[in-house]
Design a protein around this ligand. Structure first.
Ligand code: HEC
Ligand code: HEC
Length: 342
């Protein structure tokens, strides 16, 4: 039900099935890039998958929407999920790292919730494996929402207006941590983007990308070497790769304690990346062009190809950045709730 953004229509009009680049798109590229494009399996995001034990229902989505925006789920009634994942700024935040309860500053940049349903692992270090598992983390986190679960359950139980909502979502009025997580996750799975200019280009609208964006795509697929990690419809392998940054945050190592995982972070999706500055797990890079430069030249030169012939020029970095801008999907039409259960 969540693919009703017209993506299917664009594809059908072009006589294509998902994931198969159109001849019109391939013609714009060198043979080498065209081959890489096919093997990278770039293409439209399919429908969101729902876990068997948490099928989506309108009642759960509505309860989840209210909980997502309700500041009462934080310890001092000031912070909601939307404080750090704000629909006004593409469901992310503009601070380099999050500021939570009592103005406490966290160590990491808040990723966007938009399309997060397509990740296979969650958080920069992959410590949660589903949106359900993820949702309770920030509530109890002492520097995010600072609300111990026992207290939250008691508090929500006192809000009479939530009772009928829990009942229609789950069959009875009981407020449990599991139900809160399930409702929020169901809501998050509705926060998905519509097709990007790049999706339209792949589907056959050859002029959906500017000349600079086509040059950027060509680089992305060839010389710039982005595709080994940023591939598939969601433009990520979901794998942990080196950040090449400082030792301030050891990333995946904190979860596994395996020395090989030091400074490794989950490869982020590049969909709508232009809408969610600042960049990287620590929000240290304010501009997209800077982020592209860093990944293209600094990181790759050290790790992937120590061949300086492959270093990108300033104008190539610009083209690559223009291409990234073509990955912005249409934002879901959305109104935050104006009234909360009393
Ligand atoms: C104080 C700011 C803050 C609040 C409040 C907050 N988050 Fe987050 N959120 C973050 C940060 C920072 C991360 C990344 C943390 C990490 O990777 O260790 C994150 C990660 C996530 C992710 C994972 C995204 C991904 O790409 O893996 C989701 C989903 C998410 N939050 C949803 C929520 C929900 C739902 C709530 C409310 C229950 C919430 N957040 C409350 C800051 C916040
Ligand atoms: C070896 C795998 C790998 C390759 C190759 C790679 N990336 Fe990434 N990319 C990552 C990882 C991992 C991160 C997260 C790093 C961090 O946050 O510390 C990342 C982060 C980014 C970000 C920031 C995203 C955000 O939301 O903060 C951008 C932009 C980006 N990459 C673009 C590119 C471009 C353009 C290329 C090709 C020049 C490229 N990447 C090549 C793995 C890779």
């Amino acid at each position: 039900m969540f693919i009703s953004f017209g993506c299917g229509l664009v594809l059908a009009a072009a006589g294509l099935s998902a994931g198969e680049p159109s001849p019109a798109a391939l013609q714009k590229l060198s043979p080498r890039a065209a081959k890489a494009l096919a093997s990278a399996k770039l293409g439209p995001l399919g429908a969101v998958a729902h876990p068997a034990d948490n099928p989506s229902t309108p009642a759960k989505v509505e309860l989840g929407r209210l909980l997502y925006f309700d500041t009462r789920i934080s310890g001092d009634n000031t912070i909601s999920c939307a404080t750090c994942h704000d629909p006004e700024v593409a469901w992310a935040e503009t601070d380099p790292t999050s500021i939570g309860i009592g103005h406490k500053k966290g160590p990491r940049n808040s990723p966007t919730v938009l399309d997060s349903a397509y990740y296979q692992v969650f958080f920069w270090d992959g410590r949660a494996s589903s949106l359900e598992e993820q949702a309770l983390g920030p509530i109890e986190n002492p520097i995010e929402m600072g609300m111990p679960m026992g207290n939250l359950l008691g508090k929500l139980d006192q809000v009479a207006g939530y009772k009928p909502l829990f009942k229609s979502a789950f069959g009875d009025e009981k407020v449990t941590a599991d139900r809160i997580a399930k409702a929020i996750a169901c809501f998050e799975r509705t926060v998905v983007s519509g097709p990007s200019a790049f999706d339209e280009f792949l589907a056959g609208k050859a002029d959906a990308l500017s000349e600079a964006q086509v040059r950027g795509l060509e680089l992305f697929l060839t010389k710039a070497g982005c595709m080994p990690c940023h591939r598939g419809p969601f433009l990520t392998t979901h794998q942990y790769r080196s950040s090449n940054m400082t030792d301030a945050d050891l990333g995946r190592f904190d979860v596994t304690k395996d020395p090989a995982d030091k400074r490794m972070f989950r490869t982020p999706s590049l969909r709508h990346v232009a809408m969610t500055p600042p960049y990287f797990h620590d929000g240290s890079e304010p501009s997209l062009e800077g982020a592209v430069f860093f990944r293209a030249n600094n990181v790759r030169m050290q790790d992937v190809k120590p061949d300086t012939e492959l270093r990108l020029t300033a104008s190539e970095v610009k083209d690559l950045t223009r291409f990234m801008e073509s990955l912005n999907g249409k934002l879901p039409a959305f109104q935050p709730p104006t009234q909360f259960p009393k």
